[in-house]
Design a protein around this ligand. Structure first.
Ligand SMILES: Nc1ncnc2c1ncn2[C@@H]1O[C@H](COP(=O)(O)OP(=O)(O)OP(=O)(O)O)[C@@H](O)[C@H]1O
Length: 584
């Protein structure tokens, strides 16, 4: 139960609803227990009349009528209270589920990129959906059934013991056995349903993957193999389902069997006691009703125990993520005003997980409003420089200064707010083009969206779609070309009007003519912005104020386009190669 203590703060938050819910549960069970008592006394009065102890039929009728009215009244009150009990306790469990989901999601948001590399998306999704769902079962149903059982058990056993102690003892003997069997069954059901769940998610993720990669499957003629894989997987999934159905089928027969045994004991032992004149017929009737009333709550003890164990395991998994302290800490509480000067001083950086030293003593200085182009072979560390400016990682050695202040002393939110980042593979949400661009500035006007799209040279394409800016992208909508995606991603960064604009090879999928136009517009838009353009093309870099050439994490060359094409080296070679290619 140690892990579940995390939920105590939520129990405290909803204490009043819980207190009301628990009280209603107790009162509703008290009313429920009126019924066996009233039925028992009705049987007794009829029996007394039959045996001649009561002779006036009017007395019998009156008592029966009163009992019937009481039974109906008690049933009504129990019904109303049960409704409100569910409305409070089950509602609280939903509130806590909602709060816990938000807590986990908020934690996901502050965890570093490394966390996402080390954990699979499916696992992240499971903890926020299935695990939280299991914890809810502990907060709601488990709590409710436990109170139910305790109340019913304490009161009815009290009543029963007062009337026939020996019979009570015999009657409750099968109950712990029932509880134990249900516990074992619930554990097995849980084990098998987890396997079924795993196969189902396996099946759905492999189906989803084959739909996403349908063009590759068709191009390579792999339809038959994919169908066979699907068949095999769904066959195994079916077998697992059947094994679950089998164990589930035991549940109710087992309960009916144990209720039957308890009833037999009551009738047999109670019958003997009746013959000996120790108890009345009414007592036997009451006991049969009590046994039936108690069986389900007692069975739930086993069920609840297994539910609590599952919740504990799920909360443990949730806590593992909640306990992670993000490495990147925001030490500056006050917002920082960012101007856009960037300086790298002998920066060294190694990715912990791969141990790859991506930057080995990189130094450069960029004044605000200026443009830096970074050129270099693949894997030379270009994207890493951009990630470090956004402080997605902290460096090992050296200094990164923003406006002459060490990056760690800058307010993290202000820093990221002042950056417009266009990643290497443009990611667009399954939403309208409008909303995808507005992601950079939520309150942007339509004119601003159009202007940004014009600067990014994508306005004409958008106007060519039937629903123009309301065109939905992604799974439910149209598929854009790589170049269109990149340009929408650029529009998103432009609309943000950031102090620092980072373009990570984001013009690679557009033709050189469009690239030229975008860069020209960027020169105007980015007049007061510090811009860094990562590229493999000299055409993207040539107008930059400063160019650096990276090789294996080190700066190999730096200078302006003019000086670099006059110097033998990587840049000049690349320039000549690309010049001859464009002349072909
Ligand atoms: N998140 C990461 N975790 C571990 N290693 C990484 C990570 N990102 C990059 N690397 C490694 O760091 C090195 C530099 O990568 P980086 O992405 O900065 O290169 P790049 O110059 O931008 O390459 P490209 O031109 O192909 O985009 C590479 O060897 C890469 O494998």
């Amino acid at each position: 139960m140690k892990e579940l203590q995390h939920l105590n703060k939520y129990f405290f938050k909803y204490k009043w609803q819980l207190i009301v819910g628990v009280s209603m549960t107790i009162v509703s069970k008290i009313f429920l227990l009126f019924t066996p008592e009233l039925i028992g006394s009705s049987i007794d009065i009829v029996n007394e009349y039959l045996e001649g102890q009561v002779t006036d039929i009017a007395v019998v009728k009156k008592e029966l009528l009163i009992n019937i009215i009481y039974i109906i009244g008690a049933a009504l009150i129990t019904g109303v209270l049960t409704f409100f009990m569910r409305q409070t306790i089950i509602n609280v469990s939903r509130y806590i589920e909602y709060d816990l989901k938000n807590e986990v999601y908020k934690q996901y948001q502050i965890l570093p990129l490394k966390f996402y590399k080390n954990n699979r998306t499916g696992d992240l999704m499971n903890r926020i959906s299935e695990d939280v769902g299991r914890v809810r079962m502990y907060v709601g149903p488990a709590l409710m059934y436990s109170i139910n059982t305790i109340t019913l058990f304490v009161i009815s056993i009290g009543f029963m013991y007062k009337q026939a102690p020996l019979l009570t003892l015999y009657t409750i003997i099968p109950l712990p056995i029932l509880s134990f069997i249900i516990y074992k069954l619930s554990k097995e059901i849980h084990k098998r349903s987890t396997v079924v769940q795993q196969y189902l998610s396996h099946l759905s993720s492999s189906t989803q993957e084959s739909f996403s990669g349908i063009s590759i499957i068709k191009a390579y003629g792999l339809e038959a193999i994919t169908s066979k894989n699907f068949n095999d997987l769904s066959e195994t999934s079916k077998q697992k389902q059947l094994s679950l159905v089998k164990i589930n089928a035991f549940f109710f027969p087992m309960m009916i069997l144990l209720i039957g045994i308890s009833n037999l004991i009551v009738i047999y032992v109670g019958g003997l006691q009746y013959i000996n004149g120790e108890i009345s017929l009414g007592v036997i009737t009451k006991f049969i009703i009590y046994v039936n009333m108690l069986t389900w709550p007692v069975a739930t003890v086993g069920w609840v125990t297994s539910m609590v164990q599952q919740a504990e395991a799920s909360q443990k998994r949730i806590n593992e993520f909640l306990k992670i302290i993000p490495e990147i800490k925001n030490t500056a509480q006050e917002p920082s005003l960012i101007n856009g000067d960037i300086e790298f001083k002998n920066v060294h950086f190694t990715y912990n997980d791969t141990n790859i030293e991506a930057l080995k003593g990189v130094s450069f200085k960029l004044k605000h409003g200026k443009t830096l182009a970074i050129i270099g072979k693949t894997g030379s560390g270009k994207s890493t420089i951009l990630d470090l400016i956004g402080r997605l990682y902290d460096i090992d050695k050296g200094d990164i200064l923003i406006d002459n202040i060490p990056i760690k002393n800058i307010n993290l939110t202000s820093l990221r707010d002042s950056i417009g980042y266009v990643p290497q593979d443009a990611f667009l949400f399954s939403d309208t083009i409008n909303n995808n661009i507005k992601f950079g500035k939520e309150d942007a006007t339509q004119d601003e969206v159009i202007q940004a799209a014009k600067y990014a040279q994508v306005h004409k394409n958008i106007m060519g779609f039937n629903k123009t800016y309301d065109t939905v992208l992604g799974e439910r909508g149209i598929t854009l070309s790589g170049g269109q995606k990149q340009r929408i991603s650029i529009a998103r960064a432009i609309i943000k009007d950031p102090k620092i604009l980072l373009l990570d090879d984001s013009l690679s999928a557009v033709d050189t003519e469009t690239e030229e136009k975008i860069l020209k517009h960027l020169q105007n838009v980015a007049k007061d912005k510090t811009t860094i353009i990562v590229s493999h093309r000299v055409s993207s870099a040539k107008n930059a104020d400063q160019i650096i050439v990276l090789d294996d994490g080190k700066i190999m060359q730096s200078g302006s386009h003019e000086t670099l094409i006059d110097t033998d080296g990587y840049y000049k070679n690349l320039y000549l190669k690309q010049l001859s290619e464009s002349a072909k």
